[in-house]
Write a protein that binds this ligand. Sequence first.
Ligand code: MN
Length: 325
Amino acid sequence: MLEELQGKGLLIHHWDADGICSSRLLLEYLADRDMTNKTPELGNYFLTEKELADYSNYDFVIVADMALPEENILRLAKNAKIMIFDHHLGKEIKEVFHHNPVIKGENPDEYPSASWIVNDFLGNPVNLFSLLGVVGDHEQKIKNNTLFSKILLDFCQDSNLEFDDLLKAVYLLDSNYKLGDKKAVETAPQLLLSYKSADDILDNDQWNKNFTMLNKEITKQLEKTADEVQGIILKKIDTPYNIISTITRKVAWENGKNTLVINTGFFDDKDQVYVRSSKNLEHMIQRGKSLGFKCGGKREVLGAILPKDKTDSFVEEIMEFLTKN
Ligand SMILES: [Mn+2]
């Protein structure tokens, strides 16, 4: 399939370690083609009108590690051949090549990252980049996956690495999007083409500087006091960095309580809201979507991007939901 692609190609990928590593693998395979790689505006799980217009002049478009809306994909498909490699839940887009074993009913534990799916599709042996995507998406929790904990252990032994080295490498790759540096995210897969080992990633000066700066900011935000309302931790932060999920996780784990964090500083015109709860949040995710907000997550996690004038009312609804019985 990939062999047949002709002309100018665009690769659109998620901004995180899995998206970057998936791109690295695809760019290596397509080294003799004319390829450009882009990530969406950071925080957007869709393409803007401007992006759709800019991306209408390619002969083929590959999407990696992102469940872009069907309308976006069908728009791109008017002018280009489309291939999607993904592992997120969602609906199959039948009009294009949509390689996502998870939505075709395969066991998600056997396909824990887009990088793994891409690598498998390319027929490569297990390698650093196929596994960094896995570690990036699951962190420590991958150790509970019997199949992959074994694959990771074997890989670490063969390459003389610790699991924590892989985790650090992933944090370094993720530092680019957390700092809001879209250009650096797009440069990362290119850089990785010249990297041969995890040490090359661990030795990247800029990424280490990013990592230190982010840790400082996370510590600073964690030190500010949070409110507790009817047993729920409510924390407001104002940071230009995309660290809300990290902050929420740390606050929730430290307090052992349902936690809601609002960040007013990442977007100019919108707020980020993030919730971790022991109560199933799927109902509130649906509610957020039905109100027209960008809203997603899973059982125990809700993330939403809200117009600033809608934040208070939606937060109030979530608080009500969490305190009800
Ligand atoms: Mn992923």
